[in-house]
Design a protein around this ligand. Structure first.
Ligand SMILES: [Fe+2]
Ligand SMILES: [Fe+2]
Length: 211
């Protein structure tokens, strides 16, 4: 147990150095803690959730040109949306960095990192846990945050729907483009909802995407 704790502490230190920014490091630690708690509540692997949280934003501070260049250098195909909105690439590139620099080979952890910015239909429970934890970690401030966090401990699908609705409302308020797959995810989670939900009041900060 001690060895595992020390090992995680060492990993956390390496992540802090990699990120190079106290603000972003504090965010990923909060996401890791919340993702771990959500995983425990929903019968998922808490260690995978914690690792995904800690490693999800490794490329978040890269400027747009570097995001595109590093993806191209790895032969990653880019969509029209990604070229127009390169910030979302920090998720896909972050998964590559987690593998290359931190030795993460677990497909479930890499998938969660890869999907944390833009939701899609067919996400795994771990994908959902990281996406929600990123969107509602306690460092974020918007009217629905507390309610969605509480809901996530009861119903992940319902919490996903609320996070996506809040994200789309925020992106529309800023004039930003919404990814086509976000609308596909919205439709998928709408079909799972017991009752229809409408877009919330606009959040003052983005709940999930693209951070
Ligand atoms: Fe992110
Ligand atoms: Fe994040």
């Amino acid at each position: 147990m001690t060895e595992r704790v020390l090992s995680f502490t060492g990993l956390a230190r390496a992540v802090r150095e990699e990120l190079g920014q106290a603000h972003r490091y504090a965010h990923v630690v909060r996401v890791a803690r919340l993702a771990e708690r959500l995983a425990m509540r929903h019968g998922e692997d808490p260690e995978k959730a914690r690792l995904a949280g800690l490693l999800h934003d490794l490329a978040r501070l890269y400027p747009p040109a570097r995001l595109i260049a590093e993806c191209e250098r790895r032969g990653m195909p880019l969509t029209v949306f990604e070229r127009a909105n390169p910030i979302v690439l920090h998720a896909r590139l972050g998964a590559e960095l987690a593998r290359e620099r931190f030795g993460i080979e677990d497909p479930a952890i890499l998938s969660a990192i890869r999907t944390h910015t833009v939701p899609a239909p067919g996400m795994s429970r771990l994908d959902e846990i990281l996406h929600i934890a990123d969107g509602v970690e306690p460092g974020r401030h918007y009217p629905e945050r507390d309610a969605i966090e509480n809901l996530a401990f009861q119903d992940l699908d319902a919490a996903m729907l609320r996070v996506i609705l809040a994200t789309v409302a925020y992106l529309r308020s800023t004039g930003a483009e919404v990814a086509p797959q976000t609308f596909a995810a919205l439709a998928a989670y709408q079909t799972l909802a017991a009752e229809p939900l409408t877009f919330p009041a606009v959040a003052e900060r983005s709940p999930a995407c693209p951070t």
